[in-house]
Every structure is written in C-alpha cells, then in structure tokens.
Design a protein around this ligand. Structure first.
Ligand SMILES: [Zn+2]
Length: 355
C-alpha cells in the first residue's frame, strides 16, 4: 500500500509498505477522508517528534474511515463499520489512564500513537490500537466534513474551554482563530460564555469566529492586544484565556488579561524558545491566584461519542472549518503542503477518498 511519509530529515515523500494487520485488540481502517494538521507540518519539517532512527514513518493522525479488519478480541466493531478515529488513541491498559490523563498513557504526549509509535493515517490503510476503547461509530447524520473535524480540531478546541474553566456567564478571550481557536470559541460558547473576545485578523476566520459565538474581535493591527482587551472589559480583564495561536509571549499576554482567580489554558505547540516569559507584575509577584495550564487533547471512544452527539444534535457544526477540498488519494501531499504554506484563506484542507 501507499503512504505519505517522512523519508529523511525534513523530507516528505510517498512510500510503498505492507498493508497493516490487526493484533487481537486492534483494527485496520481504510480512510474515507483525511485532513492534514499543523502538527503534521511540525513533525515533518520542525522535528516536533524525534524520528531519528525511524525509517519512512507515515504521517497523519486525523481521519475517518471504514473498518477493513478487526482483531480476535475486538467486541463492538466489525468490518464495514464507518468510524471516527481520534487523533489520540491511548493504550488504556496503562495506569496514567486511571488518573484521567490517558493522553500521557506511556509517558508525556504518548497518547498519540500515530507517528509517535507507528504509521499514521495518510495511507491506504492504517492500524488502530485498542479498537474497542478508541473507535466511535460515525452516525449517518454527520457529514464527512463534520466527522473529520472531530478527531482533533473539536476535541482540542473544546479542551481549551474545559481547561480554562469556562462557565455560565464567563468572559473569555481566545488568542488565535485558526481551526483549533475557532473550536475553542465554539466550546466556550457551548460552555456558557457571556462575552467572547477572539483575537485574529484574517477576514474569513473573523466571519467564522462570529458564527461560532465571538462577541468581539481583537485585531492586533489595531494596537496592543492586551490593551484592547483591557479597554473592552473596563480594565477588569477576563475570567478565562485560551491560547490557540501566537508564540511563547502569548502566554504572558494571556496572564496579563485574566483576572485574579482566572485561568490561562494553552493549546498551542510552543517552540522557538527555552522558556516562557511570565510578567511578574501581572502574575502578582507569584501570588495572583491565576492558573496557567497547558494540555494535550483527550482522545478515546467516550470522548469521541460525546463530541459526535454535540454535532448530531445540532449544538455545533465543525464542518464549516473545511475550506479547501481535494478528491484524490495523491492529493494528500498537496493538502499537506497547503497546511505548510498556509495561504491567507486557509482554515482546514480535507481530502475525500470516497467509499
Ligand atoms: Zn492534528
């Protein structure tokens, strides 16, 4: 079978491999749609996962598909089932799962077994570990676009609202309105945010941010972001800040705009610096009761089924994130390069592979 792989340092290309098989608890999936992610770009070109010593690791972690084969111990799924596959497929046997952190089941960030431990989803077939605990049936009510945004964009963005402790009546700031930030806006809206300030500047993203519930748009072209948020909130700041864009300095900006007792939740993959500068005055010399969190999105079947229900019952439509559509298997490469080059009108590309 064919797959799009990391074939050398900062080199991506097509490889031919054996079709994967299913161990007792596993499933083999034929993807029906795939979407590349900025994480794939970070892995391929920015060394986000150490793949030295690994030959031709196939990229991709966001897909929906049809089950081709299941292992002898898989009880709830069978060949032919259409499934949503979470980007994070923990090994649920490991003890960190019992503490609620399945994303780190085998050590930090190891819940994403795609690419980290085995080939990813940008292939004609891919393997899913712990199939009963990780797969979720894709109901007919969900379009391909909607289903495809659930494995990572929805779970990650919503995790921002959860980590930031957004409640009924909260004032929330979301830094960055790419696809994850937009889902953080939608998740905050669903969690009961009253006022929702979204920081971004691209017109198509601003339009979507408003549709997903943003009440105010902060454009950094109009001046200092922190000053604009403080002005709009009469100097009080916000209850919750979600960081879904920017860089290490954005965490410091978020600390400046949250009230004492508020929470900063980071979803961004941070890099390019040794540490995060936190302005001490804004952090009350360390006594502000402001919480700073950063978390990796939860995966697994129960999480997927809950998110599927939110779409199925009309609470959110993540399908609107898909801005660029492709229809051939080979187009996966072009879609990935689109994600790398990020044209101004890009939200999320998707490759539809049909039945
Ligand atoms: Zn992703």
């Amino acid at each position: 079978m064919k797959g799009l792989a990391v074939i050398g340092k900062h080199k991506v290309g097509w490889v031919e491999k054996q079709k994967p098989t299913a161990g007792p608890l596993e499933a083999v999936i034929k993807p029906l749609a795939i979407t590349p992610c900025s994480s794939d770009v970070h892995i391929a070109w920015d060394d986000a996962i150490d793949l030295s010593g690994v030959n031709d690791r196939i990229l991709g972690h966001e897909a929906v598909g049809v089950i081709e084969e299941v292992g002898s111990e898989v009880k709830d799924f069978k060949p032919g089932d259409r499934v949503i596959v979470p980007a994070i497929t923990p090994n649920w046997e490991r003890t960190p799962c019992q503490n609620g952190f399945s994303q780190h089941c085998d050590g930090m960030l190891t819940g994403m077994s795609f690419i980290t431990f085995k080939d990813g989803t940008m292939a004609e077939y891919f393997n899913v570990n712990n199939a009963d605990a990780n797969l979720a049936i894709w109901p007919d009510e969900l379009t391909v676009e909607q289903a495809l945004m659930i494995p990572d964009m929805v779970t990650t963005g919503f995790y921002g609202a959860e980590m930031a402790n957004v409640r009924l009546g909260s004032t929330v700031a979301v830094f960055g309105i790419g696809p994850v930030g937009l889902m953080a806006v939608a998740g905050s809206q669903l969690s009961g945010a009253a006022r929702l300030l979204a920081v971004g500047s691209r017109p198509n993203l601003i339009k979507l941010a408003k549709e997903y519930g943003a009440t105010d748009i902060i454009d950094y072209h109009d001046g200092d972001t922190v000053a604009q948020i403080m002005d709009l909130t009469d100097g009080k700041g916000v209850d919750a800040a979600i960081v879904a864009g920017g860089n290490v300095n954005t965490i410091g900006e978020a600390v400046q705009v949250v009230k004492p007792g508020g929470t900063v939740a980071n979803l961004n993959v941070l890099g390019g610096a040794e540490s995060i500068p936190i302005p001490l005055a804004a952090w009350g010399a360390g006594l502000s009761d402001k919480t700073i969190k950063g978390g990796f999105c939860p995966g697994g079947r129960d999480r997927m089924e809950k998110l599927i229900d939110l779409v199925k019952y009309g609470r959110v439509d993540p399908g609107k994130l898909v801005s660029h559509k492709f229809y051939k298997f080979e187009d996966i490469e072009e879609a990935l390069l689109l994600m790398k080059n990020k044209p101004r009108d890009l939200v999320k590309p998707a490759v539809f592979l049909g039945e």
